[in-house]
Design a protein around this ligand. Structure first.
Ligand code: ZN
Length: 494
């Protein structure tokens, strides 16, 4: 985006604030983006106007992040099963009817160079979320951003050819960024959004990482990951690796050794020299392990760049940016790959996930997982302290405590400040993702209005340009939405 077009994007970001001013609020109020992620089902269940009225009056929301394409339940569908239903919506689970796909019309001319062409979501019949919502929200002075994610299922027509291959050559349900069919699908989808609809922006998120970090279970719930199913080892990745001078035979050999190491470690078969030293020995013997991890992340960054360029060529005043996965808050390996200076040139904005409440349980399961592999020699509480130190957190609880307390607003403040500094010199807007009823286990801490209020205030005080209430309206309690709204008002952004 050029400086001029960026000003136009920022200008449109201010449009809703100006509209609010016209309705009686003082015109001198600072311009801040108050966004919320919302799926199509909420508009069907509750009606477009009533939902927009709630969002504006309770949450002072001025921007919708409309979940337009996904096969995942994290951003689409109603409340997930086994979680309490919120105090609005249909008061029923959609366990049987949720399928996923595109919740807006699909225009076939944009999908000529991919086998993925039949992906309109069947869940809500002919309901088209853009057609139904965009005119109404624009009328209210709200901005609209198309929001979609990198989540698929294995029964979509034409998807097989685009799937990643695991270490043993089996198909995965994840798709490969280096596969031209998936690359072209992503470019087609953003071109379709930019050309067909009156949108203010596009946000995409990929909550995945490469084979090395996955084999080590370096993510929340990482214990569940089988080190033999890591990706990607497909022909397109092999070709890209070869162009970089990486010996694929050595890559495979290294990953097979790593698989053995992790399987033994998870069974607590301690190597003679311990887990940490033995892993280092493997990394030194097979530098291809890290080269392959980095290739996966370079491929993601190449995808960001291609999507950014495509949108820029179709509609230069439209912003496009990325949702950065919560693993960024837990794993030093993943954080090392999120070099903000490198991605800023292709990011008009960044939503960096800083979900404070659910972070407690997630960080605890991350520690449990890597505490059996790379750090198998280190007692869990010491390992958690080590992570607080290397990630820059202070005064957070013990491994026992954090699932029931969550992390603090100070964590949100520190993460916002770090991202702000990481983006020094860049024009990228920083929009932290704020936790509003992100599901936790029954006995773990639940979002409360005060916690949401404090996280939101902390992020703005630390330099955020806006916030995105997450993950989806259909799982949020109205009292918690009002907690966010109180903070917005207090800060003078309402
Ligand atoms: Zn691949």
């Amino acid at each position: 985006m050029s400086d001029t077009t960026r000003r136009q994007f920022l200008g449109s970001a201010a449009a809703s604030v100006l509209a609010a001013a016209a309705s009686g609020a003082p015109a001198s109020k600072p311009k801040k983006m108050i966004g919320i992620q919302i799926g199509a089902v909420s508009f069907v269940d509750e009606g477009v106007e009533p939902v927009l009225e709630i969002l504006q009056t309770k949450g002072h929301v001025n921007t919708l992040f409309i979940a337009a394409f996904t096969y995942g339940r994290g951003i689409a569908g109603r409340q997930v099963p086994n979680q309490p239903l919120p105090d609005h919506g249909k008061q029923e689970y959609d366990t049987g009817s949720f399928h996923g796909g595109s919740y807006a019309a699909v225009h076939p001319q944009y999908y000529k160079n991919t086998s993925l062409q039949d992906f309109r979501a069947p869940d809500l019949g002919k309901f088209d979320v853009f057609e139904a919502v965009l005119p109404a929200s624009r009328k209210r002075g709200m901005q609209n951003i198309a929001w979609f994610e990198d989540v698929f299922r294995s029964d979509i027509p034409g998807v097989k050819d685009l799937e990643e291959k695991d270490l043993h050559g089996r198909n995965a349900t994840t798709l490969c960024f280096n596969n031209p069919g998936y690359h072209n699908f992503l470019l087609g989808l953003v071109e379709d959004y930019a050309s067909s609809w009156e949108l203010d922006g596009i946000m995409w998120g990929s909550e995945r990482q490469g084979a090395f970090a996955n084999a080590l279970g370096a993510a929340a719930g990482g214990r569940r990951k089988d080190p033999g199913t890591v990706t990607c080892f497909c022909q397109y990745c092999q070709k890209k690796g070869k162009e970089r001078g990486i010996d694929f035979g050595r890559v495979q050999e290294g990953y097979l050794e790593l698989e053995k190491f992790v399987r033994a470690a998870r069974e607590r078969q301690k190597p003679v020299d311990g887990y940490y030293v033995t892993l280092w020995r493997l990394m030194l013997r097979y530098p291809e392990l890290l080269a392959w991890e980095n290739l996966w992340h370079d491929s993601l960054r190449d995808t960001y760049a291609a999507m950014h360029a495509k949108v820029n060529s179709v509609k230069p005043n439209m912003g496009i940016g990325w949702h950065i996965w919560h693993t960024n808050s837990f794993s030093p390996i993943y954080r090392a790959e999120q070099d903000l200076q490198r991605i800023a040139p292709v990011s008009d904005f960044l939503k960096i996930v800083m979900y404070d409440n659910v972070a407690g349980g997630r960080l605890a399961t991350y520690i449990d997982s890597v505490g059996e592999t790379i750090y198998g020699d280190v007692p869990k509480e010491d390992l958690l302290r080590f992570h607080y130190d290397v990630l820059g957190y202070k005064n957070e609880g013990t491994q026992q405590e954090i699932p029931t307390t969550g992390l603090s607003a100070d964590y949100v403040s520190r993460e916002t400040k770090r991202a702000r500094e990481g983006l020094a010199g860049a024009k990228t807007l920083l929009w932290p993702g704020i936790d509003l009823d992100v599901p936790t286990e029954a006995t773990h801490s639940k979002s409360k209005p005060k916690g949401i209020h404090d996280a939101l205030v902390a992020s703005f005080q630390a330099g955020a340009d806006g916030v995105i209430l997450s993950r989806k309206y259909s799982e949020m309690k109205l009292a918690n939405l009002a907690g966010a709204g109180e903070a917005v008002k207090e800060l003078g952004f309402a």
